[in-house]
Design a protein around this ligand. Sequence first.
Ligand code: CA
Length: 225
Amino acid sequence: MATVLLVEDDDHVRQAFLRELRDLGHAVRSAARALDALRDAAANAPDVVVLDLGLPDLDGGEALKMLRAVSDVPVIVATARDGEAEIIRLLQSGADDYLVKPFSANHLHARIEAVLRRTRTEPRRQALVVGELNIDLDRRQAKLRGDVLQLARLEFDMLAFLARNAGRVVTRRELLSEVWRQPYGDDQTIDVHLSWLRRKMGERSTAPRYLHTVRGVGVMLTAPE
Ligand code: CA
């Protein structure tokens, strides 16, 4: 059983599939617009996405490309178009499987199971774990106590670099060169990003848990006692 994100703008179809997939034992969330689906996929990391290609706000192929930019979640595209060229193009741009409409919930269920069997046997993702902090490098997603942290790109890069060096003081110079890719830069930039990161992790510099500033030197990430 899987967490499924169902993207379908037709209310009637969406409701029917929601109900039937739940009856088949899946946890299902749904979205009627591509942008909502992208947001959901980034925030909640579903096991599989079922993506209708005819959506009101974005072309399905475009939506797939954007989804691929933020996540490598398995995607089954649901298409009314059965042109071979279209299907080949979608599989090449990152779809894992496709279904041509109309199809039954049982058929979709079988495809979901098949896609998950394939993807779950692949090697495990590269992850960094520090205490209750879990950083999925492939998916570029960090979770604290199971909750996804909404991090900007540089915040994620900084956290990942600190996690790779957990338990050691990382100097400002290292952060500038490894995260910002600038050997010389403004210390304030680091401070600002660090304070955002700290806030998103729910801690304060006066009462650090994971992020410890060492004055005049740098910062160290450690698991709390
Ligand atoms: Ca549609």
